[in-house]
Design a protein around this ligand. Sequence first.
Ligand code: PNS
Length: 162
Amino acid sequence: MQKVAIYPGSFDPVTNGHLDIIERGLNIFDKLIVAIMHNPVKEYLFTVEERFDMLSTTLKKFKTVEIDTFDGLLVDYAAKRKAQAILRGMRAVSDFEYEFQMALMNRRLNREIQTVFLMTGLRWIFTSSSIIKEAAQFGGNIEGMVSPFVYQKIKEKFGRKD
Ligand code: PNS
């Protein structure tokens, strides 16, 4: 049986930290479904189409990665896609409480689906979409923290031409 995991997130935008987790996840699972959360009440910098586009371009070399979008409950989506696991990256202790709470809630909602945590590479320990957006917004250099394609998209979003 194929081992399939859902790697869910906002991916607003995808960072090299996400990429690191995807590469690690591919060593364990036969297939990863990178699932972009589409929550109509949440404000994102990028539209779901833009986030999809950035993920497709960044992940095009991975043949066993599929990109999709979802709304509603993650466990319902995972069951619909016949995934056995939810993959989440863990950076520092600060991630732990939120991730723990979410994993236990998801387990309560569906006991068949396991959450698997992978530690991100040390160099990505402080990387997050939010911190990257914050730095980029005020002209900070975020090169090397996202793929070149995403770097361009962020620059366009904040109206910088260089
Ligand atoms: O990249 P993020 O913002 O940390 O991802 C959070 C995400 C999308 C994984 C989480 O908000 C989620 O799963 N939302 C769907 C609703 C849901 O099932 N929530 C968890 C149980 S209440």
